[in-house]
Ligand binder design. Structure first.
Ligand code: PLP
Length: 400
Protein backbone atom coordinates (compact mmCIF):
# COMPACT_ATOMS: atom_id res chain seq x y z
CA UNK A 1 0.00 0.00 0.00
CA UNK A 2 1.34 3.43 -0.93
CA UNK A 3 1.03 6.53 1.23
CA UNK A 4 -0.89 9.66 0.23
CA UNK A 5 2.38 11.53 -0.28
CA UNK A 6 3.74 8.95 -2.74
CA UNK A 7 0.53 8.84 -4.73
CA UNK A 8 0.10 12.63 -4.79
CA UNK A 9 3.58 12.93 -6.28
CA UNK A 10 2.67 10.59 -9.15
CA UNK A 11 -0.69 12.34 -9.62
CA UNK A 12 1.01 15.73 -9.93
CA UNK A 13 3.13 14.35 -12.77
CA UNK A 14 0.75 12.00 -14.56
CA UNK A 15 -2.88 13.01 -14.23
CA UNK A 16 -4.10 15.47 -16.83
CA UNK A 17 -4.48 18.70 -14.86
CA UNK A 18 -8.05 19.64 -15.82
CA UNK A 19 -9.13 19.26 -12.16
CA UNK A 20 -7.76 20.61 -8.91
CA UNK A 21 -8.61 17.87 -6.40
CA UNK A 22 -8.04 18.19 -2.65
CA UNK A 23 -4.67 16.83 -1.52
CA UNK A 24 -5.88 13.46 -0.24
CA UNK A 25 -6.18 10.01 -1.79
CA UNK A 26 -9.38 8.22 -0.83
CA UNK A 27 -9.42 4.47 -0.61
CA UNK A 28 -12.57 3.25 1.09
CA UNK A 29 -15.96 4.31 2.34
CA UNK A 30 -18.87 3.12 4.44
CA UNK A 31 -22.19 4.94 4.52
CA UNK A 32 -21.36 8.65 4.82
CA UNK A 33 -17.75 8.08 5.86
CA UNK A 34 -14.67 8.14 3.65
CA UNK A 35 -11.14 7.08 4.54
CA UNK A 36 -7.86 7.86 2.77
CA UNK A 37 -4.93 5.54 2.12
CA UNK A 38 -3.37 6.64 5.43
CA UNK A 39 -6.54 5.76 7.36
CA UNK A 40 -7.80 9.29 8.04
CA UNK A 41 -11.59 9.70 8.21
CA UNK A 42 -13.94 12.30 6.68
CA UNK A 43 -17.68 12.82 6.85
CA UNK A 44 -18.93 12.86 3.26
CA UNK A 45 -21.78 15.32 2.79
CA UNK A 46 -21.28 15.74 -0.96
CA UNK A 47 -21.68 12.10 -2.05
CA UNK A 48 -19.42 12.51 -5.07
CA UNK A 49 -21.61 15.43 -6.23
CA UNK A 50 -25.05 14.01 -5.48
CA UNK A 51 -24.10 10.59 -6.86
CA UNK A 52 -23.66 8.11 -3.98
CA UNK A 53 -27.34 8.13 -3.10
CA UNK A 54 -27.25 4.95 -1.00
CA UNK A 55 -23.93 5.86 0.63
CA UNK A 56 -20.60 4.15 0.17
CA UNK A 57 -20.39 0.36 0.09
CA UNK A 58 -24.05 -0.28 0.88
CA UNK A 59 -24.08 -4.08 1.33
CA UNK A 60 -27.09 -4.62 -0.97
CA UNK A 61 -25.66 -2.36 -3.68
CA UNK A 62 -22.28 -4.10 -3.46
CA UNK A 63 -23.91 -7.52 -3.62
CA UNK A 64 -26.08 -6.63 -6.62
CA UNK A 65 -23.09 -5.34 -8.57
CA UNK A 66 -20.80 -8.21 -7.59
CA UNK A 67 -23.39 -10.85 -8.47
CA UNK A 68 -24.23 -9.21 -11.78
CA UNK A 69 -20.53 -8.83 -12.66
CA UNK A 70 -20.10 -12.54 -12.05
CA UNK A 71 -23.15 -13.34 -14.22
CA UNK A 72 -23.09 -10.95 -17.22
CA UNK A 73 -21.51 -7.53 -17.68
CA UNK A 74 -22.02 -6.41 -21.25
CA UNK A 75 -23.76 -7.62 -24.40
CA UNK A 76 -24.29 -4.41 -26.52
CA UNK A 77 -27.58 -3.14 -27.84
CA UNK A 78 -27.71 -5.80 -30.53
CA UNK A 79 -29.29 -7.94 -27.82
CA UNK A 80 -31.77 -7.47 -24.97
CA UNK A 81 -30.83 -8.12 -21.36
CA UNK A 82 -33.23 -8.70 -18.50
CA UNK A 83 -31.77 -6.16 -16.05
CA UNK A 84 -32.11 -3.37 -18.61
CA UNK A 85 -35.69 -4.26 -19.55
CA UNK A 86 -36.69 -4.32 -15.87
CA UNK A 87 -34.90 -1.03 -15.12
CA UNK A 88 -36.70 0.70 -18.01
CA UNK A 89 -40.01 -0.60 -16.69
CA UNK A 90 -39.29 0.53 -13.13
CA UNK A 91 -38.19 4.04 -14.15
CA UNK A 92 -41.24 4.52 -16.38
CA UNK A 93 -43.50 3.22 -13.61
CA UNK A 94 -42.08 5.70 -11.10
CA UNK A 95 -42.00 8.72 -13.42
CA UNK A 96 -45.13 8.29 -15.50
CA UNK A 97 -42.95 8.38 -18.60
CA UNK A 98 -43.32 5.74 -21.31
CA UNK A 99 -39.86 5.00 -22.75
CA UNK A 100 -36.30 4.81 -21.46
CA UNK A 101 -33.04 5.06 -23.38
CA UNK A 102 -29.75 4.45 -21.58
CA UNK A 103 -26.29 5.98 -21.67
CA UNK A 104 -23.44 6.47 -19.20
CA UNK A 105 -23.45 10.05 -17.91
CA UNK A 106 -25.44 13.23 -17.48
CA UNK A 107 -23.90 14.98 -20.46
CA UNK A 108 -24.79 12.04 -22.67
CA UNK A 109 -28.36 12.01 -21.38
CA UNK A 110 -28.68 15.72 -22.19
CA UNK A 111 -27.05 15.18 -25.57
CA UNK A 112 -29.85 12.66 -26.20
CA UNK A 113 -32.49 15.22 -25.17
CA UNK A 114 -30.96 17.75 -27.57
CA UNK A 115 -30.97 15.29 -30.48
CA UNK A 116 -34.46 14.08 -29.56
CA UNK A 117 -35.87 17.62 -29.75
CA UNK A 118 -34.38 18.43 -33.15
CA UNK A 119 -35.07 15.01 -34.62
CA UNK A 120 -38.69 15.14 -33.42
CA UNK A 121 -39.24 18.41 -35.32
CA UNK A 122 -37.52 16.92 -38.37
CA UNK A 123 -39.80 13.86 -38.23
CA UNK A 124 -42.83 16.14 -38.24
CA UNK A 125 -41.42 18.12 -41.18
CA UNK A 126 -41.04 21.29 -39.10
CA UNK A 127 -38.16 23.77 -39.16
CA UNK A 128 -37.45 23.79 -35.44
CA UNK A 129 -33.84 23.79 -34.32
CA UNK A 130 -33.77 26.48 -31.63
CA UNK A 131 -33.26 25.41 -28.02
CA UNK A 132 -34.08 27.79 -25.17
CA UNK A 133 -31.91 27.28 -22.06
CA UNK A 134 -31.12 29.35 -18.97
CA UNK A 135 -28.32 31.47 -17.56
CA UNK A 136 -26.34 29.55 -14.90
CA UNK A 137 -27.77 26.25 -16.14
CA UNK A 138 -25.39 23.28 -16.14
CA UNK A 139 -26.03 20.48 -18.61
CA UNK A 140 -22.61 18.85 -19.02
CA UNK A 141 -19.34 19.08 -20.93
CA UNK A 142 -19.91 17.48 -24.35
CA UNK A 143 -20.40 20.01 -27.15
CA UNK A 144 -24.20 19.82 -27.32
CA UNK A 145 -24.69 19.75 -23.55
CA UNK A 146 -22.04 22.45 -23.18
CA UNK A 147 -23.82 24.71 -25.65
CA UNK A 148 -26.96 24.49 -23.51
CA UNK A 149 -24.93 25.22 -20.35
CA UNK A 150 -25.58 28.79 -19.28
CA UNK A 151 -22.27 29.75 -17.66
CA UNK A 152 -20.10 31.51 -20.30
CA UNK A 153 -16.78 30.55 -18.65
CA UNK A 154 -17.51 26.84 -19.22
CA UNK A 155 -18.10 27.51 -22.95
CA UNK A 156 -15.25 29.93 -23.50
CA UNK A 157 -12.79 28.84 -26.18
CA UNK A 158 -14.78 25.84 -27.41
CA UNK A 159 -16.92 27.38 -30.15
CA UNK A 160 -20.53 26.37 -30.08
CA UNK A 161 -23.36 24.30 -31.48
CA UNK A 162 -25.56 26.95 -33.07
CA UNK A 163 -29.19 27.58 -32.26
CA UNK A 164 -29.12 27.72 -28.44
CA UNK A 165 -30.24 30.86 -26.61
CA UNK A 166 -30.05 31.58 -22.88
CA UNK A 167 -32.48 33.64 -20.83
CA UNK A 168 -32.83 34.40 -17.12
CA UNK A 169 -33.93 31.45 -14.94
CA UNK A 170 -37.36 32.19 -13.55
CA UNK A 171 -38.25 34.81 -16.17
CA UNK A 172 -41.30 33.54 -18.06
CA UNK A 173 -41.60 36.74 -20.09
CA UNK A 174 -38.06 36.29 -21.37
CA UNK A 175 -38.92 32.73 -22.44
CA UNK A 176 -42.13 33.91 -24.07
CA UNK A 177 -40.17 36.46 -26.10
CA UNK A 178 -38.07 33.60 -27.54
CA UNK A 179 -40.96 31.30 -28.40
CA UNK A 180 -42.04 30.77 -31.99
CA UNK A 181 -42.31 28.21 -34.79
CA UNK A 182 -38.53 27.76 -34.76
CA UNK A 183 -38.26 26.54 -31.15
CA UNK A 184 -37.67 22.80 -30.77
CA UNK A 185 -37.46 22.75 -26.98
CA UNK A 186 -36.94 24.50 -23.68
CA UNK A 187 -34.51 22.74 -21.32
CA UNK A 188 -34.61 23.44 -17.59
CA UNK A 189 -33.35 22.09 -14.26
CA UNK A 190 -36.11 21.88 -11.58
CA UNK A 191 -33.47 23.20 -9.14
CA UNK A 192 -30.35 24.71 -10.71
CA UNK A 193 -27.63 22.60 -9.09
CA UNK A 194 -24.16 23.70 -10.23
CA UNK A 195 -25.50 27.22 -10.80
CA UNK A 196 -25.97 27.70 -7.05
CA UNK A 197 -28.70 25.36 -5.69
CA UNK A 198 -31.44 27.66 -6.95
CA UNK A 199 -34.98 26.22 -6.83
CA UNK A 200 -37.37 27.18 -9.63
CA UNK A 201 -39.62 30.04 -8.50
CA UNK A 202 -43.22 29.01 -7.77
CA UNK A 203 -45.20 28.54 -10.98
CA UNK A 204 -42.14 28.79 -13.24
CA UNK A 205 -42.08 25.15 -14.40
CA UNK A 206 -45.85 25.07 -14.92
CA UNK A 207 -45.53 28.33 -16.86
CA UNK A 208 -42.87 26.76 -19.09
CA UNK A 209 -45.14 23.77 -19.66
CA UNK A 210 -47.95 26.06 -20.82
CA UNK A 211 -45.65 28.07 -23.12
CA UNK A 212 -44.18 24.92 -24.68
CA UNK A 213 -47.61 23.41 -25.28
CA UNK A 214 -48.89 26.63 -26.78
CA UNK A 215 -45.96 26.94 -29.20
CA UNK A 216 -45.48 23.28 -30.11
CA UNK A 217 -42.07 23.01 -28.40
CA UNK A 218 -40.88 20.21 -26.12
CA UNK A 219 -40.35 20.77 -22.40
CA UNK A 220 -37.13 18.97 -21.45
CA UNK A 221 -36.07 18.64 -17.84
CA UNK A 222 -32.52 17.99 -16.79
CA UNK A 223 -33.00 15.83 -13.69
CA UNK A 224 -29.40 14.63 -13.60
CA UNK A 225 -28.91 16.18 -10.16
CA UNK A 226 -32.52 16.50 -8.94
CA UNK A 227 -33.83 13.05 -9.93
CA UNK A 228 -33.94 9.74 -8.04
CA UNK A 229 -35.12 11.03 -4.69
CA UNK A 230 -32.69 13.88 -4.10
CA UNK A 231 -35.44 16.49 -3.59
CA UNK A 232 -37.56 14.30 -1.33
CA UNK A 233 -39.64 13.00 -4.26
CA UNK A 234 -38.64 10.56 -6.98
CA UNK A 235 -38.31 13.26 -9.65
CA UNK A 236 -38.03 17.04 -9.39
CA UNK A 237 -40.90 17.69 -11.79
CA UNK A 238 -43.37 15.82 -9.59
CA UNK A 239 -45.66 18.15 -7.59
CA UNK A 240 -44.77 21.12 -9.82
CA UNK A 241 -47.73 20.90 -12.18
CA UNK A 242 -45.33 20.55 -15.10
CA UNK A 243 -45.17 17.19 -16.85
CA UNK A 244 -42.12 17.26 -19.13
CA UNK A 245 -41.96 15.61 -22.56
CA UNK A 246 -38.61 14.07 -21.68
CA UNK A 247 -36.11 14.07 -18.84
CA UNK A 248 -32.45 13.21 -18.36
CA UNK A 249 -31.07 11.23 -15.42
CA UNK A 250 -27.60 10.20 -14.26
CA UNK A 251 -25.75 11.07 -11.02
CA UNK A 252 -27.80 9.36 -8.26
CA UNK A 253 -29.28 6.73 -10.58
CA UNK A 254 -26.37 4.28 -10.30
CA UNK A 255 -25.38 5.22 -6.75
CA UNK A 256 -21.78 5.58 -7.95
CA UNK A 257 -21.86 3.19 -10.88
CA UNK A 258 -21.90 5.23 -14.13
CA UNK A 259 -25.33 5.14 -15.75
CA UNK A 260 -27.48 7.76 -17.43
CA UNK A 261 -30.92 7.69 -18.98
CA UNK A 262 -33.38 9.64 -21.06
CA UNK A 263 -37.06 9.06 -20.33
CA UNK A 264 -39.68 10.19 -22.86
CA UNK A 265 -43.42 10.18 -23.42
CA UNK A 266 -44.92 7.70 -25.88
CA UNK A 267 -45.53 10.55 -28.35
CA UNK A 268 -41.75 10.89 -28.77
CA UNK A 269 -41.07 7.19 -29.31
CA UNK A 270 -40.68 7.70 -33.07
CA UNK A 271 -38.27 10.65 -32.94
CA UNK A 272 -35.06 8.62 -32.80
CA UNK A 273 -35.66 5.50 -34.91
CA UNK A 274 -33.05 2.71 -35.15
CA UNK A 275 -29.74 4.03 -36.44
CA UNK A 276 -30.19 7.64 -35.31
CA UNK A 277 -28.77 7.42 -31.80
CA UNK A 278 -27.10 4.92 -29.50
CA UNK A 279 -24.36 4.08 -27.02
CA UNK A 280 -22.17 0.98 -26.93
CA UNK A 281 -22.16 0.74 -23.14
CA UNK A 282 -25.63 2.21 -22.62
CA UNK A 283 -28.05 -0.11 -20.83
CA UNK A 284 -25.49 -2.79 -20.07
CA UNK A 285 -26.54 -5.44 -17.54
CA UNK A 286 -24.04 -4.34 -14.90
CA UNK A 287 -25.06 -0.66 -14.91
CA UNK A 288 -28.71 -1.67 -15.04
CA UNK A 289 -28.35 -3.99 -12.05
CA UNK A 290 -26.57 -1.22 -10.11
CA UNK A 291 -29.39 1.23 -10.86
CA UNK A 292 -32.10 -1.32 -10.03
CA UNK A 293 -30.50 -1.99 -6.68
CA UNK A 294 -30.42 1.77 -5.94
CA UNK A 295 -34.14 2.02 -6.71
CA UNK A 296 -34.93 -0.96 -4.51
CA UNK A 297 -32.79 0.27 -1.59
CA UNK A 298 -34.40 3.74 -1.74
CA UNK A 299 -37.79 2.05 -1.78
CA UNK A 300 -37.11 -0.50 1.01
CA UNK A 301 -35.48 2.00 3.36
CA UNK A 302 -38.04 4.75 2.69
CA UNK A 303 -35.22 7.10 1.76
CA UNK A 304 -37.10 9.31 -0.69
CA UNK A 305 -39.71 10.51 1.76
CA UNK A 306 -37.03 10.69 4.48
CA UNK A 307 -34.97 13.00 2.24
CA UNK A 308 -37.73 15.57 2.60
CA UNK A 309 -37.71 15.42 6.40
CA UNK A 310 -33.93 15.28 6.73
CA UNK A 311 -33.70 18.13 4.23
CA UNK A 312 -35.99 20.23 6.39
CA UNK A 313 -33.84 19.50 9.46
CA UNK A 314 -30.71 20.45 7.54
CA UNK A 315 -32.40 23.64 6.31
CA UNK A 316 -33.28 24.57 9.89
CA UNK A 317 -29.69 24.00 11.04
CA UNK A 318 -28.33 26.09 8.16
CA UNK A 319 -30.84 28.87 8.76
CA UNK A 320 -29.81 29.00 12.43
CA UNK A 321 -26.15 29.10 11.39
CA UNK A 322 -26.81 31.92 8.91
CA UNK A 323 -28.56 33.90 11.64
CA UNK A 324 -25.67 33.31 14.01
CA UNK A 325 -23.04 34.40 11.47
CA UNK A 326 -24.69 37.19 9.45
CA UNK A 327 -21.39 38.69 8.29
CA UNK A 328 -20.44 35.43 6.53
CA UNK A 329 -23.75 33.76 5.62
CA UNK A 330 -26.56 35.30 3.57
CA UNK A 331 -29.01 32.42 4.03
CA UNK A 332 -30.02 28.92 3.01
CA UNK A 333 -31.90 27.56 -0.01
CA UNK A 334 -32.72 24.30 -1.78
CA UNK A 335 -35.09 21.36 -1.61
CA UNK A 336 -34.85 17.96 0.05
CA UNK A 337 -31.24 16.90 0.46
CA UNK A 338 -29.94 19.38 -2.11
CA UNK A 339 -29.20 22.45 -0.02
CA UNK A 340 -26.99 25.49 -0.32
CA UNK A 341 -25.59 27.78 2.34
CA UNK A 342 -25.22 31.10 0.53
CA UNK A 343 -22.20 33.10 1.65
CA UNK A 344 -21.92 36.87 1.67
CA UNK A 345 -20.25 38.85 -1.10
CA UNK A 346 -16.47 38.54 -0.98
CA UNK A 347 -16.33 34.95 0.27
CA UNK A 348 -15.27 32.27 -2.22
CA UNK A 349 -16.49 28.78 -1.35
CA UNK A 350 -13.75 27.06 -3.32
CA UNK A 351 -11.16 28.64 -0.99
CA UNK A 352 -13.06 27.50 2.10
CA UNK A 353 -13.43 23.83 1.09
CA UNK A 354 -9.84 22.88 2.11
CA UNK A 355 -10.48 24.33 5.59
CA UNK A 356 -13.66 22.26 5.83
CA UNK A 357 -11.75 19.16 4.77
CA UNK A 358 -9.19 19.90 7.50
CA UNK A 359 -12.13 20.06 9.92
CA UNK A 360 -13.20 16.60 8.72
CA UNK A 361 -16.13 17.31 6.39
CA UNK A 362 -16.31 17.05 2.61
CA UNK A 363 -18.58 19.46 0.76
CA UNK A 364 -18.60 21.06 -2.68
CA UNK A 365 -19.16 24.50 -4.16
CA UNK A 366 -22.13 25.40 -6.35
CA UNK A 367 -21.19 28.61 -8.12
CA UNK A 368 -18.88 31.13 -6.41
CA UNK A 369 -20.66 31.67 -3.14
CA UNK A 370 -22.83 28.65 -2.38
CA UNK A 371 -21.65 25.83 -0.13
CA UNK A 372 -23.54 22.80 -1.39
CA UNK A 373 -24.84 19.95 0.76
CA UNK A 374 -25.78 16.89 -1.32
CA UNK A 375 -25.23 14.05 1.17
CA UNK A 376 -25.96 10.38 0.60
CA UNK A 377 -29.71 9.91 1.14
CA UNK A 378 -28.81 7.42 3.89
CA UNK A 379 -27.34 10.27 5.97
CA UNK A 380 -28.53 10.48 9.59
CA UNK A 381 -29.60 13.62 11.42
CA UNK A 382 -26.60 13.11 13.70
CA UNK A 383 -24.25 13.16 10.71
CA UNK A 384 -25.90 16.30 9.34
CA UNK A 385 -25.45 17.94 12.76
CA UNK A 386 -21.78 16.84 12.85
CA UNK A 387 -21.25 18.39 9.42
CA UNK A 388 -22.98 21.66 10.25
CA UNK A 389 -20.96 21.91 13.50
CA UNK A 390 -17.72 21.62 11.48
CA UNK A 391 -18.95 24.25 9.02
CA UNK A 392 -19.85 26.49 11.96
CA UNK A 393 -16.34 26.15 13.39
CA UNK A 394 -14.68 27.06 10.08
CA UNK A 395 -17.03 29.94 9.21
CA UNK A 396 -16.88 31.37 12.75
CA UNK A 397 -13.13 31.77 12.34
CA UNK A 398 -13.77 33.71 9.10
CA UNK A 399 -16.30 36.02 10.72
CA UNK A 400 -13.60 37.44 13.02
C1 PLP B 1 -23.68 16.90 -13.24
C2 PLP B 1 -24.72 17.41 -14.16
C3 PLP B 1 -24.67 17.15 -15.54
C4 PLP B 1 -23.51 16.46 -16.19
O1 PLP B 1 -23.38 15.13 -15.79
P1 PLP B 1 -22.04 14.31 -16.17
O2 PLP B 1 -22.34 12.93 -15.68
O3 PLP B 1 -20.90 14.98 -15.47
O4 PLP B 1 -21.87 14.37 -17.64
C5 PLP B 1 -25.72 17.59 -16.31
N1 PLP B 1 -26.76 18.25 -15.77
C6 PLP B 1 -26.84 18.50 -14.45
C7 PLP B 1 -28.04 19.20 -13.91
C8 PLP B 1 -25.83 18.11 -13.60
O5 PLP B 1 -25.89 18.39 -12.30
Amino acid sequence: MSTSAELLAIAAKRLYPNYKPAAMVLSRGRGCELFDVDGRRWLDLCAGVAVCSVGHAHPKHVKAIAEQAARLMHVSNYFFNEENIRLADELCEKSGMARAMFCNSGAEANEALFKLARRHAFTKGEQRTKIVAFHNAFHGRTMGALSMTGTPKYREGFGEVSGVVHVAYGDLDAVKAQMGKDVAAVIVEPVQGEGGVLPAPAGFLAGLRALCSEHGALLLMDEVQTGIGRLGRWFGFQDTGAMPDAISLAKGLGGGFPVGAMLTTEALAGALPPGTHGSTFGGNPLASAAARSVLSILEEEGLVRAAKQKGERLAAMLTALAEELPTVCAGERGEGLLRGLVLEQGFVVRDILPKLADAGVLLTAAGERVLRFSPPLVVTEGELAEGVAAVRKVLSALSK
